[in-house]
Design a protein around this ligand. Structure first.
Ligand code: ARG
Length: 482
């Protein structure tokens, strides 16, 4: 049965009926019809029709090469080209009738071409198999999607780096084990997020490099006896080179696994960032206000403003990792060359594309509306003696070995706990009871600002370094588009 795309009336049914099951492109050696159950089970057109543009582009390149090589005539190529272009228009206007009987996107388009142009259409599949065809389509599709994802990552990075520069002097608590550790600047924190995305970007670019090899010409598995020109089709389709081995060409799905892995790592990053936003927006901390456009209310508690979007981004990381595991497991133990298992690569891969893109889009859209409350961040940064390490370092500067300095400061911290005070509030005379090396200049060290500005080296949290790192990061991002 041919099923119409959304919005189509069922006048297509009639057209579909004239096509019996025996019209399958591979029906020659079969004497009996396939069962409906089997047809529904094995079809992929319901989801691989997403690849129609790439399938048509691959067919156009293949047909042009066949005519350049004299395998088909120029007139036949022109008919094929005209027919395929019409089919593309029909698909895009929603008029094309997809058929489950025709199994997948490849046979749907090829059979429609034959219906449309007759004999010439039957020559399109010369020297080609669905095995190299599907891998070509997938790779073309992935290259496009990777470029789109890289653009989305770049957009986020630009915003993060711009904000980091603005927030280079905003003090916030730095935590390890979720306990007060050392003060940092918010700009520094944003640049840490930027580094995660920087690696994601580079991972996707690497992945694109390996995706950009053309399997066309591998045919079913062994190559073909026709005088094909693989370089011509590869170049025409925008591939950097042809795949070196035809068995590998039809069976390799590393690009799918790699893409899913890149996507999973990116989604793990997004989940970590989302988690921080959820924490920071708790009224008890109130470091940031996530814009109302990206929060939801409660149906029972009138006061609620929940960070659902951040939570969903966090939750979707589970689904991304699931897609990766699915793809890895599909490939596990598959002998050479093509096996039908590979048809199962599409849904997790498409879902990975959709998940990654939607999360990047939403995150990019929500970033500018996030309002920072620097006073709350700075207040929280004073809690828990986060400059204790600075005091120990100060004593090291006064010729006390670090281990001894650590012990002395530990005792001073104990004093603050019992006396409900903070390091920087203890009077000098009291501090000197713990060590007579402590002098007036100690207060330059144990304030939040003192602690931060001393970490003035590449990768450090000092405002000066953050501004420099932001400049460097922006230069790296801008160099991409050139
Ligand atoms: N729909 C198939 C897939 O996605 C196309 C290749 C089918 N090849 C075959 N020999 N049955 O993998």
């Amino acid at each position: 049965m041919r099923f119409p795309l959304k919005g189509n009336s069922d006048n297509g049914r009639k057209k579909a009926q004239h096509m019996s099951k025996k019209d399958k492109l591979w029906s020659g050696r079969f004497s009996r019809e396939t069962s409906d159950l089997m047809e529904r089970f094995s079809q992929s057109v319901s989801f691989d029709k997403r690849l129609y543009r790439h399938d048509i582009a691959g067919s156009l390149a293949h047909a042009e090469m066949l005519s350049a090589q004299g395998v088909i005539t120029t007139a036949e190529f022109r008919k094929i080209r005209k027919g395929l272009r019409e089919i593309q228009k029909e698909i895009e206007s929603g008029k094309f009738l997809w058929s489950v009987e025709q199994e997948d996107v490849h046979m749907n388009i090829e059979s429609a071409l034959i219906e449309k142009i007759g004999e010439a259409g039957k020559k399109l599949h010369t020297g080609r198999s669905r095995n190299d065809q599907v891998s070509t389509d997938m790779r073309l599709y992935m290259m496009e999607e990777i470029d789109a994802i890289c653009d989305l990552i770049t957009g986020i990075q630009r915003e993060l780096v711009r904000r980091a520069d603005q927030e280079s002097g905003t003090v916030m608590p730095g935590w390890t084990h979720m306990q007060p550790a050392q003060p940092v600047t918010f700009g520094h924190h944003l640049l840490a997020w930027n580094q995660m995305f920087e690696r994601d970007y580079r991972r996707f670019r690497d992945c694109r490099g390996r995706t950009g090899e053309c399997p066309l010409g591998s045919a079913a598995l062994a190559g073909t006896g026709y005088p094909i020109d693989r370089k011509m089709t590869a170049a025409q389709l925008g591939f950097a080179r042809v795949m070196a081995n035809s068995l590998d060409g039809v069976s390799d799905r590393d690009f799918a696994m790699e893409f899913a892995a890149c996507g999973s790592i990116l989604m793990i990053h997004i989940s970590r960032i989302a988690e921080e936003l959820v924490l920071w927006s708790m009224p008890a901390l109130d470091f940031v206000d996530i814009g109302e456009g990206f929060c939801t209310g409660s149906s029972i508690m009138p006061q609620k403003k929940n960070p659902d979007v951040a939570e969903l981004m966090r939750g979707k990381s589970g689904r991304a990792v699931g897609n990766l595991v699915t793809l890895l497991t599909i490939m596990k133990s598959q002998p050479l060359a093509y096996n039908r298992d590979n048809q199962e690569d599409k849904e997790p891969l498409f879902d990975q594309v959709d998940t990654v893109k939607s999360c990047l889009e939403v995150f990019r859209a929500m970033l500018p509306g996030i309002v920072v409350h620097p006073e709350n961040m700075t207040r929280a940064a004073t809690v828990g003696n986060p400059t204790a390490t600075d005091l120990a370092d100060y004593l090291v500067g006064k010729q006390i070995p670090f281990r001894d300095a650590h012990e002395i400061v530990g005792r001073i911290v104990g004093y603050t706990v019992w006396n409900d005070t903070h390091l920087h509030e203890i009077p000098l005379e009291k501090l000197r009871e713990f060590s007579d090396r402590i002098e007036e200049d100690v207060f330059e060290t144990i304030t939040l600002e003192g602690s931060i500005s001393r970490r003035n080296h590449a990768g450090g949290t000092a405002p000066k370094q953050v501004r420099k790192a932001a400049r460097d990061a922006m230069r790296t991002i801008k160099a991409r588009s050139q």
